[in-house]
Design a protein around this ligand. Sequence first.
Ligand code: URA
Length: 480
Amino acid sequence: MQYITLDSETDFDGWRKTARALVLHHVAPDDVTWAVRGGEADLFAPPAPSPILEVNDGTFSVSSKFIDLAKAAILHRDGERFAILYRLLFRLKDNHDLIDVATDPDVAKITAMARAVHRDEHKMHAFVRFREIGREREPHYVAWFEPEHHIVELAGPFFAKRFADMPWSILTPDLCAHWDGHALSFTPGVSKSEAPGEDRLEETWRRYYASIFNPARLKVKAMQTEMPKKYWRNLPEASIIKPLIEDAERMTGAMIANAATDPHKPQKRPEAPMKRKPATDSLETLREEAAHCRACHLYKDATQTVFGEGPKSANIMLVGEQPGDKEDLAGHPFVGPAGQMLDRALAEAGVDRKKVYVTNAVKHFKFVPRGKIRLHQKPATPEIKACRQWYEREVSAIQPDLIVAMGATAAQSVFGKITPIGKTRGRLIDLPDGRKALVTVHPSYLLRLPDPEAKVVEYQRFVADLKIAASLQRRSSRAA
Ligand code: URA
């Protein structure tokens, strides 16, 4: 029996070096016991670990897919992970293609662990809230977070980039990460009692959360999946979630009552769609997969993937460009200033936003930091192309009759090529799969117009475009 003790819970290099030597010495997986120095399993390990095996001349290689999975899975809290990874590596030596057999029990376990780790990393990006301390001298920002897995070192660089110009510490029971404006460092974990309590930033967070909360789009279950209750205790905004939910029904009623309705003539139902791909993925699966999308570099700086939202039964899909600063933080599309402009125009046109699916051509926020501000950057063609898979899969899950492209980036995604808005705007266009497309401007274009008169005129044109969608929504609801 070989007794291996790794230096830490996240000692991937140590595991990799040892596992390679063990495989080359043909040590069977059942003959290896793994422990971590100072960890629980170490208590049951023999007094001295087995001597380090010398690597003889042999060699073997594994795919980068295995290495990527292993690097993530090793951060899982399951004590068996080192052994399962070794068993898989041992089997991969003679069967390289095994890593692509998703139903193999070892591959499935490692893949699930890697996913859980990335999910936890994503939750950490979204739910860390800093509190300001030491204001009278140098301000320092401190957050308390309880990760499910050993992800602090993995997530640290994200916060270093995102909050580059403020010194911060993230305290967790496992490990603490610190940023002094220049370098990241890590110290042992601490208990929650060492984390600071309420401060003046709490109220800012609560006000911000209340401002982005849209009662018309409240789905308590989905919200709890995205923001599980276990994170609430460390979120300043948690204290207002309950009252906001309770008030949502009343506010939604008022919004519907205020929405304009147009008289309309009875119309023929749209023709039956042709050549449509059947739905293959559920929206939940897509959302989950997209949360870990690495198809372009934008995920590195963004807080999270902002996926589309709306009912599966929606027959209208609205497509924007990419999430903005507020959407990036909130994780929902069109909740910031452009979203408010959109909500107003939809209500005036008579489109019920609760019944439409709203998404973006690009699902991560692209920006350049300017001091404390993040300046929006237009997505480039490679980023639009890399993200198009999600748009296509959303279309196939929702099966909308009409797709409204708001702005040039959205039009490029909807038509699969650069499409000038001026030539296509405001009329129904046939798409190859039998659906209709409608091109209009992006609501933030209206926000940017400097001339107040032009603003009014352009806003009315935008509403007029959306009325085309409204008439389709009315026809479908009558037919339903
Ligand atoms: N602009 C967009 O295109 N999408 C959003 O979600 C917000 C602003």
